[in-house]
Design a protein around this ligand. Structure first.
Ligand code: GCU
Length: 685
């Protein structure tokens, strides 16, 4: 069967007859979707159950929307509903502790009960059940599943003209020719994928936002987007241009000063207008005073003044403002030894802790710079005990090969989420900070930049979809094991044949280490072309106004971020962590050049010199990428032809490009340092 990837991991391929028949015949005749109306997630859950069961098991159950079909509690059904609807049945009171979006799933033979704290939770429970049977798991179960954090959003960097900033899978599914697209079929299909991994919100346009997102015409279009996503429980929001009302925007006010009464009134009216049309509107995302975007600093107002402007307008409606901490000076001078872009988020935000209203969430990129192949966790996570926080991750592989390279990123995310900041000398994992648990905040969570496009397989690469799948699952439960999430995804996407599961597991788990090896090592950053494409090697492109510096010269390399002699960045971490990073001896090898400026001949804990590590890592990483091709080829005939060929094409490209990376980076540092490779590979072609 030709498979273009449109259904992603919701493929629901039929199980082999021998496997499915017995279970299929144990199922009851009816699905009951309790008290559901056609736009509700519970209704969707009923449809999904019917469709999924039919595809996987080959049996079509009937759906009843009403519980009049419910004769006695002991009759068996596939039942899905909200907690309040379930309680009204009076049959059994659930004594479980469900929080919003959480669900209870009970499977006893063919009888299935799915109860969500709300409609969304009911839908998530239905998807969980389907995921189990799609993987051939018919075991009884009794599970309660609650989200770790309430904010589990995706961001899309789509422009109104239909292009996508840092998107690698075609044009926008949301916008075309300056307006919201007419055909939103792909938008509701996307909402379905998102809901199945428990994503509950989406911001649909570029953080570098167009003021025209707020015209009456666009708002009418946004209403259509929200209508398309509502049945899946995905709430919609937009990125705002801070100057929207003013002279450089829609020209409806004379200024965009956040404390000016006409500006305040404008945002309030605009927000009311949106809620009038879209009552479950999620809120706004704002990139202010960053990379040329307007913001409150123009008027000598604080970033908190800026965020609170929107917070006040949204508050009466229950809306949320995600305010980005990605604020830095993008006109820096690499000649200044103590300047450091990595210091910016802390410098701008630390002193504002406690000044943000309760419906503001500060959205912080995982590392202090910008989605690099290796970064320490942003120190800002440790300094906002009185502010809601979210972590921003990238599913789109901006610096990680742009979906032309296989890079399974969850292991990278895990290094950040599991990092212990030791705030106040106490355990302070980043994941417990963003969930709100560490500082007792009620709001917080996850924002993932996805940038899907019109390509039928969404991200431009079949294998890249594991990143989106695992992103949703980790936002729900960041303690999840990244390899078993990957394997759920493989079975759902490609089937359960053991060699298929093994090969895709092996190459995916090897992919981030390989990519790090053949790009930037030891915390030097990705070493890609940061001026234009962010694709391909360019170790010589780093020392410029953008502040992603390596400080490489003939004999030394690395950013000195120590307090004693450098930019002071290590001192932004709480004392126990700061002490580790300040000291050359205790800094882990993989962050050595992030924090220290050393000779190429400096010896790592591994015993190798820095330069020899560069050479070896580049050869190892590129060699690993060569192995992905034959590994995949061994699956010929076990994966449908279309996807087999697509993936093979990508892996072959990666294998070749890894050699380009290897030779460019190893050769560059060889030419710069003049130090020979002990294995006589570099410079001897
Ligand atoms: C990166 C990216 C930009 C993006 C920016 C942001 O710098 O290259 O395209 O606008 O991050 O996250 O705001």
């Amino acid at each position: 069967v030709a498979e273009n990837g449109l259904s992603g991991w919701l493929r629901y391929a039929p199980l082999p007859d021998g496997q499915r028949q017995q279970y299929a015949s144990s199922l009851p005749s009816h699905i009951v979707a309790l008290n559901s109306t056609s736009t509700s997630p519970v209704y969707t859950a009923g449809q999904e159950l019917q469709d999924g069961i039919q595809r996987i098991l080959g049996r079509k159950l009937k759906i009843s929307q009403e519980h009049s079909a419910w004769t006695s509690f002991n009759s068996s059904f596939v039942l899905v509903g909200t907690l309040s609807a379930y309680d009204k049945l009076g049959s059994q009171n659930l004594s479980t502790d469900l929080v919003p979006d959480g669900f209870w799933l009970n499977i006893k033979g063919g009888a299935v009960t799915i109860v969500g704290q709300n409609g969304r939770g009911a839908l998530y429970g239905a998807f969980e059940y389907l995921s189990r049977i799609a993987q051939g798991n018919f075991a009884d179960a009794d599970i309660v599943s609650n989200p770790d954090a309430p904010i589990r959003w995706v961001n899309e960097w789509d422009n109104m003209d239909g292009t996508i900033e840092r998107g690698y899978a075609g044009r926008s599914i949301f916008f075309a020719n300056g307006s919201v697209a007419t055909d939103l079929t792909r938008v509701s299909q996307y909402a379905r994928l998102l809901a199945s991994v428990r994503i509950n919100g989406i911001v649909v346009n570029n953080v570098n936002a167009n003021p025209r997102m707020l015209t009456n015409e666009t708002i009418a279009g946004l209403k259509r987007i929200a209508d398309s996503m509502r049945p899946y429980g995905v709430r919609v929001g937009i990125s705002l241009n801070f100057a929207s009302p003013g002279p450089d925007g829609l020209k409806e006010t004379a200024t965009f000063d956040p404390l000016d009464p006409t500006v305040i009134a404008w945002w309030e009216a605009k927000t009311n207008q949106i809620y009038q049309q879209i009552p479950d509107w999620a809120g706004y995302l704002v990139k202010a005073n960053s990379e040329g975007q307007p913001g409150p600093l123009t008027y000598n107002r604080t970033l908190a003044d800026g965020a609170n402007l929107f917070a006040r307008a949204l508050r009466p409606h229950g809306g949320i403002i995600m305010f980005r901490a990605f604020v830095y000076n993008s006109n820096m001078n690499p000649a200044v030894w103590k300047d450091d872009r990595a210091n910016a988020a802390y410098d701008f935000f630390k002193e504002l802790d406690g000044e943000f209203l309760d419906n503001v969430i500060v959205q912080i990129k995982y590392g202090p710079i910008d989605f690099q192949v290796r970064e320490p966790a942003s120190p800002l996570f440790a300094h906002l005990p009185n502010t809601n926080a979210a972590i921003e991750l990238q599913i789109t592989q901006e610096y990680l090969g742009q979906q032309d390279h296989l890079v399974y990123t969850p292991p990278l995310w895990k290094t950040i989420l599991d990092f212990d900041m030791r705030v106040g000398g106490k355990p302070s994992l980043v994941r417990d900070i963003v969930s709100g648990q560490r500082f007792n905040r009620t709001l917080g969570g996850y924002a993932g930049v996805v940038n899907v496009g019109t390509n039928p397989n969404w991200l431009g690469s079949h294998l890249a979809m594991s990143n989106l799948y695992a992103y949703g699952r980790l936002a729900w439960d960041p303690t999840g094991d990244v390899q078993s999430l990957l394997q759920d995804w493989i079975r759902l996407t490609f089937g359960s044949e053991p060699s298929v599961v093994k090969v895709i597991t092996d190459i995916s788990m090897a992919s981030w280490p390989a990519y790090e090896n053949y790009t930037g090592n030891l915390g030097i950053q990705t070493l890609t072309d940061i001026l234009y494409t962010h694709f391909g090697p360019c170790p010589q492109c780093q020392e410029n106004r953008w502040g992603q510096w390596t400080r490489a010269d003939k004999s030394t390399i690395g950013m000195d971020r120590t307090v004693s002699n450098g930019t002071g960045n290590s001192g932004q971490y709480p004392p126990e962590v700061a002490a580790v990073f300040e000291n050359l001896e205790t800094t882990p090898d993989n962050l050595l050049l992030w924090f220290h400026h050393v000779n190429y001949t400096h010896r790592l804990h591994s015993g190798k010199t820095v330069i020899q590590h560069f050479y070896d890592a580049h050869y190892d990483g590129a060699a690993a990428a060569q192995t992905f091709v034959p590994a995949w080829q061994s699956l010929q005939g076990k994966v449908d032809g279309a996807r087999f060929d697509d993936v093979l094409f990508k892996l072959r490209f990666q294998a070749g490009h890894a050699l380009v990376w290897r030779d460019a980076v190893a050769g560059y540092y060889y030419n710069l340092s003049g130090i020979a490779d002990e294995a006589s590979r570099v410079g001897h072609h």
